[in-house]
Structures are given as structure tokens and as C-alpha cells.
Write a protein that binds this ligand. Structure first.
Ligand code: KG4
Ligand code: ZN
Length: 332
């Protein structure tokens, strides 16, 4: 079974082609193309939905062509077409979903509407045939949530941020510090060699299932005017460590509460090497297996959407082509 998926939920246009093998149920990625629009939005200091959707329209046909060439197949050999149907920007979601629906209708093949968050939360299992029971931390620019995963399509929300997502806090603090966008990789780079204990920044709502990162962001804002001399590396390291502490503590507590054997992590912020290292160590210390999405799968891509679609297709799921996109789609 070969699936073609589009991801256009925000400012990344992505197309992937994934083939599921019958025998050992592992999947083979035939093509994965991502076109970033960071440069187009940078001068506005944020994502402009109108510009994002126009760019998706420009990039998608080109990426579709490149992906089929790379995969050495033509559209008639695709068994199902999938697209992210939410959550995200309505005008962006619409482009990918419309293209996938059009292809599904044109080639008389099934259509699968995929939740972007399901794409992230299944990505630690990428290429595997089975989704193990686990507690999953999905941590990106738009979302910070822990989810109890019983298996494919069986998810329960444990907790989420009540204000900023962790990635959003990285991006906003990076902006305050005059660093580039996206802020996460910039802060990680500058934190290297810095002292994570120099600045005492708040860790909020530590004993709740939910989390909050806006107080941390505000603490940095109030601290900044008081700082002089060489502080950037120490501040980046202290800020990063505050986020890592909160995420690690909550994820381990959730894994204990839901009595799982496995902790997983995905989403853009899970690229962060300190977070990967410290959550892996804490998981092992607490007696859990740990599995993070591979770094190339952490930020937005279509391979994770194709993978969720393949697993759903193999399990007998299919969507109606009349299914609408939903900018506020929930995963649990
Ligand atoms: O998953 P993603 O590509 O898009 C969303 O669905 O939001 O995540 C993007 C977010 C941005 O906020 C970015 O700053 C953050 O992931 N990010 C990082 C790192 N790489 C990306 N945050 C911390 N450390 C990183 N290395
Ligand atoms: Zn994402």
C-alpha cells in the first residue's frame, strides 16, 4: 500500500510518499519534500495567513512533481491520498486538503483526513507496524500536551498548556533577545556552554497536569533591563533549563500516573538536545523505555502525516471527501 500525503497546516508546505510492506509491516519512505516559508514571513515578525496559503499554492504542485519523480512512481500507483485536516490555519489547511481530495476523486482512491497532532504523536514509531501503549509529550510551536496513547486512534488528553506553547515561549524569548526565528534552535545554540543555574527563573504549575509558560517569558522580560555585560549564554541556558525541568517533571509524573512502560516525545521542540537527553535519562531512571521522534521528523513534515494515514488505512479507516478541515481539531 502506497500513500501520498500533504501537510499545509501552517507555513511549511510538505509532500511525502510512503510505502507499507506486507510482510514485516515496516514502512519505506519513498519521498519527503518540505518547502519552508520562513523567509517570506520573517519581515512581518510572524506568520501572515494570506501569504502562507498563496505560497502553499505555489509550492504544492512543484513538490508533488518532485516527490513522484524521487519515488519513481506515477499517481496511478498511489493507493490513498491524505492531508492534514487540522489543527492549523484555515486558509492553509484548505490548500493541502483540497489537493488531496481532488487527487483521491480523480484517481478513485481513498482519502484520509489526518490530525496534525496525531502525525506528531505517532512519529516516534515511524516505520514500525505497531503503536505501543505510552505517555506522549507533543511539544511544538503551537502545542504542548501530554497524551495517554492506548493504541492507534485511541488517545486521552492528560494535560496541556493553559497559555503559551513551549515552542512559542522559545520563539518569543528569542525575539526579546534579538535572536532569529524560529527561536528554539537559536536559544539552544546560544545556551551551549552557558550556566543553566545562573538565573533563577520560574517553573510554574509543577504539580498540575496542565502547564504554563507565559510567566517564564514575562520573568525574562523583567530581568532583561537589569542585565549588563556577558549574559546571553547563561540566560539562554537558564531559560532552556526551566522549560526542560517542567516538561521532564510533568511527563514522568504522567507516565507514573497512567502506568505505562514507555514515554515518547515529538514536535518541533523535541529537536532540542538538552530536552532529549534529560527526558531520556529521567525516563530510564524512573524505569520507562524512552522513544523520541528522530530529529528530522520533529518539525513539521508530511512523512509523519503519511505514516499516520498508512496505519489508519491498514486498520480500515477512511475519510469522506466531504469532510471539512477544522482549524481547532482536537486529538483527544
Ligand atoms: O512542530 P513544529 O515544526 O511546528 C508546529 O507544529 O508548531 O515546531 C516548531 C517549533 C518552533 O516554536 C521552534 O522554535 C521549536 O519548534 N523548535 C525548537 C527547536 N527546534 C525547533 N525549540 C527548542 N529547541 C530546538 N532545537
Ligand atoms: Zn507541528
Amino acid at each position: 500500500m502506497t500513500v501520498l500525503a500533504l501537510e499545509t497546516s501552517c507555513d511549511e508546505t510538505a509532500v511525502a510518499i510512503l510505502r507499507g510492506s506486507n510482510g514485516d509491516s515496516a514502512a519505506e519512505l519513498l519521498a519527503s519534500e518540505v518547502a519552508s516559508q520562513i523567509a517570506a514571513h520573517e519581515k512581518y515578525g510572524g506568520i501572515v495567513p494570506e501569504i502562507a496559503s498563496r505560497n502553499h499554492l505555489v509550492h504544492a504542485p512543484r513538490l508533488l512533481k518532485r516527490a513522484t519523480l524521487e519515488a519513481k512512481i506515477d499517481m496511478t500507483q498511489i493507493d490513498a491520498f491524505a492531508a492534514t485536516s487540522g489543527p492549523g490555519l484555515a486558509s492553509s489547511l484548505m490548500i493541502g486538503a483540497s489537493i488531496a481530495k481532488g487527487l483521491a476523486i480523480g484517481f478513485s482512491k481513498p482519502y484520509l483526513a489526518i490530525n496534525h497532532l496525531e502525525g506528531h504523536l505517532l512519529s516516534p514509531f515511524f516505520g514500525e507496524g505497531e503503536v505501543r501503549r505510552n505517555v506522549s509529550l507533543v511539544v511544538s510551536g503551537g502545542h504542548t500536551m501530554s497524551i495517554f496513547v492506548r493504541g492507534l486512534a485511541d488517545y486521552q488528553l492528560i494535560g496541556r498548556t493553559v497559555d503559551d506553547a513551549a515552542g512559542e515561549a522559545f520563539d518569543k524569548v528569542a525575539k526579546m533577545l534579538g535572536l532569529g526565528y524560529p527561536g528554539g534552535p537559536e536559544i539552544e545554540k546560544h545556551a551551549c556552554g552557558g550556566d543553566p543555574a545562573r538565573f533563577d527563573l520560574p517553573r510554574s504549575m509543577l504539580d498540575s497536569d496542565n502547564s504554563s509558560f507565559s510567566g517564564l517569558k514575562t520573568a525574562v522580560r523583567y530581568l532583561l533591563p537589569k542585565l549588563h555585560g556577558d549574559f546571553l549564554a547563561d540566560l539562554c541556558a537558564s531559560f532552556q533549563q526551566a522549560i526542560v525541568d517542567v516538561l521532564v517533571r510533568k511527563t514522568i509524573a504522567a507516565a507514573q500516573k497512567y502506568d505505562v512502560d514507555l514515554v515518547t516525545m515529538s514536535g518541533g521542540v523535541s529537536c532540542n538536545r538538552e530536552l532529549r537527553r534529560q527526558l531520556a535519562e529521567a525516563s530510564v531512571r524512573a524505569g520507562f523505555d524512552f522513544k523520541s521522534a528522530e530529529a528530522w521528523l520533529c518539525t513539521d513534515n508530511a512523512a509523519m502525516i503519511a505514516f499516520a494515514a498508512l496505519l489508519r488505512l491498514q486498520a480500515g479507516f477512511e475519510s469522506k471527501v466531504t469532510e471539512e478541515i477544522d482549524p481547532n481539531l482536537k486529538v483527544a
